[in-house]
Design a protein around this ligand. Structure first.
Ligand code: ATP
Ligand code: MG
Length: 374
């Protein structure tokens, strides 16, 4: 049975199939560092917390890290292994901690060579962040655990999960074709796919963190308070103009969407690709889960235009899990392919795409199930 892991700046989400059902496990991509004192380990064991010991330090990882931070109020001890979509260059413990988190979520392979699909971002256009180091560190780690590792772009995973379809002039349909956009914490990734193949990809090093930090700066309010307001009270369709935090959030949400669409317009031009039939846009990621996001996106799209004809714009079914779900679709497909090539009976059971089922492809159209291009 194949597995998937979406390694994000804010959350790591694992996906696998158990008894024919997709099971998701999410963990906060964070840790809390503290001095190693007498009994600390026993207390953590009793509390069932995940931790790592390095010399004189104990690192509590995942959701428990946030709890420790809230209880102690020690903001400086709350650290994040990732920043802007990749391993945090300013965090020396980033690698062992992310490895602990990832292994905690997906565990060891059920059999040697089990396929795992892991997501990465595209290289961002607006900073000089290099994604190669991040990609290779994670790929090697998963390989060392015994997995057969496949790496895929996180926005392409949205296409696999949601199966947008393009209808052509002669009435035939092209499955797994559309625009996928993942609005995460550290980054926003955009992919244009055609029949499950990635034709174009971009990313910008802006997402929910950038919104929170920008509002925090202009309103001189701690970032945590801004994040809280955003996640609990913000409705982009109903912003109280006297609430300065909400107003700030709305302004930076709009700026983020505008920035992504401007980069899309700018860079798609340089490709030789032309689409004449409208494509569906499917959006996912935590940042897009705020109420009113789709309407805001459509309004900015109307303003900025798009380099390809756009039909509808819709949200992935479960925006915080869509990427992991799509990666699982890819992993299962690859495991089946592998087993077929090896002449073995298929062990994997494919999850169904969340959205409307792919219209039956005509024989000449190619496979209706995803032929993962990773
Ligand atoms: N209900 C909500 N309303 C608004 N924002 C939310 C909500 N829930 C989560 N978020 C934001 O979503 C972001 C996390 O989203 P997600 O888990 O998709 O990111 P990630 O995959 O960890 O990051 P990345 O893909 O950029 O590496 C955070 O910025 C968080 O504040
Ligand atoms: Mg993500």
């Amino acid at each position: 049975m194949a597995k998937a892991v979406d390694i994000g700046t804010s959350f790591i989400v694992g996906a696998q199939i158990k008894d024919g059902k997709e099971i998701f496990t999410a963990e906060r991509d964070a840790f809390f560092s503290m001095e190693r004192e007498d009994f600390a380990e026993e207390m953590l064991d009793d509390a069932g917390a995940k931790y790592l010991i390095r010399g004189n330090q104990i690192f509590v990882v995942g959701e428990d890290a946030l709890k420790y931070c809230m209880i102690t109020g020690k903001q400086e001890a709350y650290r994040r292994p990732m920043s802007q979509g990749v391993l945090n260059p300013g965090e020396e413990e980033a690698i062992p901690l992310i490895e602990l988190l990832v292994e905690g979520i997906i565990g060891k392979p059920a059999f040697k060579g089990e396929v795992v699909a892991a997501t990465i971002p595209a290289a961002p256009l607006d900073t000089n962040i290099d994604v190669t180091f991040h990609k290779i560190v994670l790929e090697r780690f998963l390989k060392n655990l015994g997995y057969d590792v496949r790496i895929l772009n996180e926005a392409l995973a949205i296409i696999y999960a949601e199966n947008p379809v393009v209808t052509e002039e002669n009435g035939t349909t092209a499955p797994f074709s559309g625009v996928g956009i993942s609005f995460g914490a550290g980054m926003t990734n955009l992919v244009v796919a055609w029949r499950a193949k990635k034709l174009f990809e971009i990313s910008v090093a802006r997402g929910g963190d950038w919104i929170d930090q920008s509002v925090s700066k202009v309103r001189n309010v701690p970032v945590g308070k801004v994040t809280h307001e955003k996640e609990r009270n913000l409705d982009l369709g109903n912003v109280d103009p006297r609430n300065a935090l909400q107003l700030g959030l709305e302004i930076y949400y709009e700026e983020l969407i505008r920035h992504v669409l401007k980069e899309f317009n700018e860079h798609f031009k340089s490709t030789q690709t032309t689409f004449t039939n409208p494509m569906e846009v499917v959006i996912a990621g935590g940042t897009s889960s705020v109420p009113g996001f789709i309407e805001k996106f459509k309004a900015v799209l109307e303003d900025e235009g798009s380099p390809i004809p756009i039909g509808s714009v819709r949200m992935g079914k479960d925006p915080l899990r869509t990427v992991a779900k799509g990666a699982l679709v890819a992993a299962v497909s690859m495991e089946k392919k592998k087993q077929k090539a090896e002449g073995a009976a298929p062990k994997a059971e494919a999850p169904k795409p969340a959205a409307k089922p792919a219209p039956a492809a005509k024989p000449s159209e190619g496979p209706a199930s995803v032929e993962a291009n990773v």
